[in-house]
Ligand binder design. Structure first.
Ligand code: NAP
Ligand code: HSE
Length: 419
């Protein structure tokens, strides 16, 4: 019999305990052994008084229990779980975690410390979708050309409701929290950081890139307004928060931001809490992965699959799927050099000659306008909504600074990239 200790019995931890109990027969058949949860750690024991496992408020009690074979970390946070998992690895325990924030900062150190010990983290990216398995194993014969997708269920749930039902930002965020999709601190979701953590994990497996969240372009969905939604609808787009990793010669660009996506595109059709990720390999071409990206059961499904895999595996691959540097000389592309089409929203004074001034600034930066609409919304005030042809990120940013400095531009310009 294999005994599991669960650090954190919240939304996901509780679902792991329930799946291992309720699906015990098929799990035992697939793993070749019975798997039971021996104990769990929480801060407030009253929240889990209905569960039949032993509960402690001291995670080290579980880590130091010689009967426990596998530690499942589902607490969240970065430094405390890092210390706990180092200690668990020192005690030769196998590890399963869903904690992408931890891995965004410490994945390489953990790989080093884990050595040959099993360390699995499928649920850390895209909840129930086996995307790590696909990248690490199924596509291991390929150079990965790009990874692009919807990696945050909370934002996708919110954007879908805002686009389709016109629900206000705060109300739909509260709904996502109640459904167990959002992080303990939901600014991680809406600020794009959670998606960035996931993108960094995938980029490590695909490219061996060792970047931290602070080094890549991360923007969230907080600034999106009904004016942007109206523009998107009018021009046949939907708005999605995308994580993008793209190989360009010896460089890899990594970015997370809201994007206008053509309504006909596959990614545009991924709605609600669903995640969808496209991976392009040099040999296989494009592959697509779709499924629930958040929620207790969907995430626990991936956690339990990792537990089963550990129990039945013989020789294991290294944590990130490679032993030696993957590709010598691959560098992170500077965010300034990213090229994209852009949408800009300007709030302007609606007077003669203003449009000419604004379009002259576009011309000065050699940025070509693709489409434009002006929407009056108050006395002598209007929204100017502009989409561009492809331009360089640094040119758009310097254009935005100059636009902001114009007296007739009434608030900071807002920008969304077009994919
Ligand atoms: P959650 O509902 O907030 O649960 C966290 C659990 O950890 C709670 O039982 C909490 O206990 C316990 N905990 C936190 N700090 C602790 C400490 N210092 N000592 C002992 N126990 C502690 O979080 P969750 O949604 O299940 O997420 C867990 C992890 O999975 C996170 O890393 C998250 O990013 C990841 N994840 C979540 C989802 C999802 O859809 N929810 C999907 C994929 C990955 P108390 O309740 O007593 O404070
Ligand atoms: N908060 C995350 C999301 C949970 O909404 O996608 C899944 O990782």
């Amino acid at each position: 019999m294999i005994r599991v200790g669960v650090l954190g019995v919240g939304t996901v931890g509780r679902a792991v305990v329930e799946i291992l109990e309720e699906n015990a027969a098929i799990i035992s058949a697939r793993a070749g052994e019975d798997i039971v949860v021996k104990s769990g750690a929480v801060r407030d024991v009253s929240k889990v008084s209905d569960l039949s496992i032993a509960i402690t408020t001291d995670p080290y009690e579980i880590i130091n229990d010689p009967e426990i074979d596998i530690i499942v970390e589902l607490m969240g946070g970065v430094e405390l779980p890092f210390e706990l998992l180092k200690s668990a690895l020192a005690s030769k325990k196998a590890i399963v975690t869903a904690n992408k924030a931890l891995l965004a900062y410490h994945r390489y150190e953990l790989q080093e410390i884990a050595g040959d010990l099993p360390f699995e983290f499928e649920a850390s990216v895209a909840g129930g979708i086996p995307i790590i398995n696909a990248l690490r194993d199924g596509l291991s014969a390929n150079h990965i050309l790009s990874i692009m997708g919807i990696m945050n269920g909370t934002c996708n749930f919110m954007l879908t409701k805002m686009m389709e039902e016109g629900v206000a930002f705060d109300a739909v965020l509260a709904e996502a929290q109640a459904l167990g999709y959002a992080e303990a601190d939901p600014t991680f979701d809406i600020g794009g950081f959670d998606a960035a953590h996931k993108l960094l994990i995938l980029a490590s497996i695909a490219y061996g890139i060792d970047a931290k969240p602070e080094e890549i372009l991360i923007e969230g969905i907080e600034g999106i307004t009904q004016a942007d939604i109206a523009f998107a609808k009018e021009f046949g787009y939907t708005i999605k928060l995308l994580g993008i990793a793209k190989r360009d010669g010896g460089e890899v660009e990594l970015r997370v931001h809201a994007a206008l996506v053509k309504q006909e595109a596959m990614l545009a059709k991924i709605d609600g809490v669903m995640n969808g990720i496209s991976v392009v390999g040099d040999r296989v071409g494009e592959t697509l992965y779709y499924g629930p990206g958040a929620g207790g059961n969907a995430t626990a499904s991936a956690v339990v699959a990792n537990i089963i895999d550990i129990v039945r595996s013989g020789k294991r691959s290294p944590m990130l799927g490679f032993n030696h540097p993957l590709e010598e000389g691959l560098r992170l592309k500077s965010a300034d050099d990213i090229r994209s089409k852009y949408y800009l929203r300007l709030r302007i004074t609606d007077k003669a000659g203003i449009l000419a001034k604004i379009t002259q600034l576009f011309a000065d930066h050699a940025i070509s306008i693709e489409a434009m609409i002006q929407r009056p919304f108050a006395q002598e005030c209007a929204h100017l909504l502009i989409s561009t042809h492809e331009a360089r990120e640094c040119d758009i940013r310097s254009l935005m600074k100059e636009l902001e400095a114009l007296e007739t531009v009434l608030e900071s310009p807002y920008m969304i990239r077009i994919v």
